[in-house]
Design a protein around this ligand. Sequence first.
Ligand SMILES: NC(=O)c1ccc[n+]([C@@H]2O[C@H](COP(=O)([O-])OP(=O)(O)OC[C@H]3O[C@@H](n4cnc5c(N)ncnc54)[C@H](O)[C@@H]3O)[C@@H](O)[C@H]2O)c1
Length: 348
Amino acid sequence: MKKLAIIGCGGIGRYHLDHFLQFRDIELAGFCDIILERAEAFAKAAGSGQGFTDYKEMYDAVQPDMVFICIPPYAHGDIEFETIRRRIPFFVEKPVALSLDLAHEIRQRIQEAGLITASGFQCRYSNLVEPTVEFIQDHEIVFIDCVRVGGIPGTEWWKKRALSGGQIVEQTIHQFDIIRYVFGEPDTVFTMGTKGYVTDVDGYDTEDLTTTVVRFQNGALAAISTGCYASAGASADSKVTFGARDSRADLYILDKLRVFEEKQAAVEDSSLVVKGDGAMNGKGTTDTVYRQEGDSGLLCDRTFIDAVLSGDPSKIRSPYEDAVRSLAFTLACNESLDTGLPVKVNLD
Ligand SMILES: NC(=O)c1ccc[n+]([C@@H]2O[C@H](COP(=O)([O-])OP(=O)(O)OC[C@H]3O[C@@H](n4cnc5c(N)ncnc54)[C@H](O)[C@@H]3O)[C@@H](O)[C@H]2O)c1
């Protein structure tokens, strides 16, 4: 049986381990974390394998056939270089790095080694992707309105932008990535942020809220707002709206897709209502709802494992080189935030 190892036995590592426990055709062979108890707790939960604090020692001892790298954003670099040097196919969590130079160097070495890779953009494996793409193909999208607002995660590193990349890079990258996947590539971003609303979290230095205006290569615009100021779920309705002239689709990632389309001409019986303005939810509009089915995270992991077992990476929806482009999209926002200027996204 092929052997699988994990580096980084924290929150997302456990999420992946829970998936692996449902698979019978791979051996859970090695677990590495700089905190030994965490690695050993994973070995115990797996009922197999051994805990390590040094990934090179683990590689020497276990000789894994594939590895899941589930470390915090600031910790990327040496682990990937060593993994590539040993030609071990790897799945790496997003964001794949905090610097584009580093991500490009890793990408280059992956290409030279011809290695199978994947990254943690599990939203790409949702059954909602297909109807969203269909809607976008059938309607010319003018405007994308995206909101992701939540609270501040518990991990210490998250609170420091130098360690996490900030909320755009660390979290809302999922939204930036899915927009790229279903819609198209960005050209330019312009981001503004604000602070001072969250005053009760020690050591926190990221923005409470940012709003990014995106111009896409095809001319459409987006407004992408991301906030961690919320203390309750009622603070905002997190979703991605794809708006055409006569219809719209609201994508609630990994939850549901609602498509609103006109059945007949918009209501024109009031001189106070401009045609089409506010009529989208009104009379004459169809409202089709698609629900999330299955576990996209499980499918994402399984797809990588199957790719390694078969040697065929064609079903992987987010290989490393593509994840680098989503990183570039979000890092451009950080640059704009810092400079106060629009920034062209470097997708090369
Ligand atoms: N795909 C998703 O939806 C999703 C969800 C949550 C987190 N993530 C990503 O996963 C990554 C980790 O997040 P998390 O919430 O699991 O963090 P975490 O802090 O809970 O876990 C990270 C673990 O890595 C260990 N670690 C740090 N440096 C290491 C090193 N050099 N060698 C070995 N172990 C090391 C830490 O001790 C910790 O146990 C982040 O990049 C985050 O963005 C992705």
